[in-house]
Design a protein around this ligand. Structure first.
Ligand SMILES: [Zn+2]
Length: 300
């Protein structure tokens, strides 16, 4: 995948020269020690190793350079705050692009150090995802009035969960797969259940036997658990900066809201609860309230 950041196209020694020049112009000696540490360690400024891949399509991620600044800039897509990573020499906004986004021009707003605002434009390229036709229990497609009311309550509850935007900011953004197994390329599929068009598939399905442990792909805090009509037994993790992950159809939930998990800690087990055609993990990754392709975050 092609990086959106022009600085990746220049050789490392030129980047370092540019960094040294910027260190001078920024007057880094006046900055707190934590900033100096971040700026002085070249390893932390090799973004490809720790950031998700860029893919400027619906369901993808835009990596937009915000340039140098003494403090991490605030950036928004509409009203939604964005994940900003990097250091004093170059900050970068990682922007989740919703599956429903229209191809064409889009922009974010960045607060400037003098209290003003500037716009940064980017282009969303079109991407046509394949269609997938599935047969499931009729009651999970044509909902009874009771199920419809339940789903509406759960939808509103989960919409509130999705607004989480916490700190600390995530450090390493590359994730390990939450379960081993065959990862389908099912993200974004336009889904037709029992002949009826429904929302596109907004996560990655990983085939695994019921009971297979599901492990946190990054450090995170449990911000919601529940048994939901479509998603079945579900866990939401908050990794900071508006980066959330979602685990559905679990046979067991082993954590509770407020728990802090390290990378690789168990949160539950694979199952087939909710609307599922068989045991698998449905894994979702959300950035600035947009479900994006989890494959962009996988380390391998
Ligand atoms: Zn799924």
């Amino acid at each position: 995948m092609v990086s959106a950041l022009p600085s990746h196209n220049v050789p490392t020694h030129q980047r370092l020269t540019r960094r040294s020049a910027l260190l001078g112009t920024l007057g880094l000696l006046a900055l707190p020690a934590s900033h100096l540490a971040a700026a002085a360690t070249p390893a932390t400024s090799q973004p490809s190793a720790v950031w998700p891949h860029a893919s400027q399509v619906p369901g993808g991620i835009a990596r937009l350079s915000l340039g140098p600044a003494a403090a991490r800039p605030l950036a928004h897509a509409g009203e939604v705050p964005l994940l900003v990573v990097g250091d004093v020499l170059e900050w970068t906004a990682l922007v989740g692009i919703p599956l429903a986004a229209a191809p064409g021009e889009a922009s974010i707003t960045v607060q400037t150090e003098d209290g003003g605002q500037r716009q940064i434009a980017y282009t969303v390229a079109p991407r046509r995802y394949r269609e997938q036709r599935l047969k499931v229990a009729p009651r999970t497609v044509d909902l009874s009035p009771e199920d419809e009311a339940r789903h509406e309550r759960e939808r509103a509850h989960q919409a509130a969960v999705m607004t989480a935007f916490s700190q600390p900011w995530p450090q390493d953004l590359r994730m390990r797969a939450p379960v081993p197994g065959r990862r389908s390329s099912s993200f974004g599929l336009r889904r037709v259940f029992n002949g009826q068009a429904r929302n596109p598939h907004s996560g990655m399905d990983i085939a695994a036997a019921t009971g297979t442990p599901v492990l946190a792909p990054l450090p995170g805090r449990v911000i919601d658990t529940g048994d939901y009509f479509f998603n079945g037994n579900t866990v939401w993790l908050d990794h900071g900066g508006g980066l959330l992950t979602l685990y559905c159809h679990l046979s067991a939930i082993d954590v509770k809201t407020g728990d802090l998990l390290k990378t690789g800690e168990r949160l539950g087990a694979v199952g087939a609860t909710g609307r599922a055609t068989g045991p698998h993990l449905h894994w979702g990754v959300m950035l600035n309230r947009a479900m994006v392709d989890p494959a962009l975050f996988l380390a391998d």
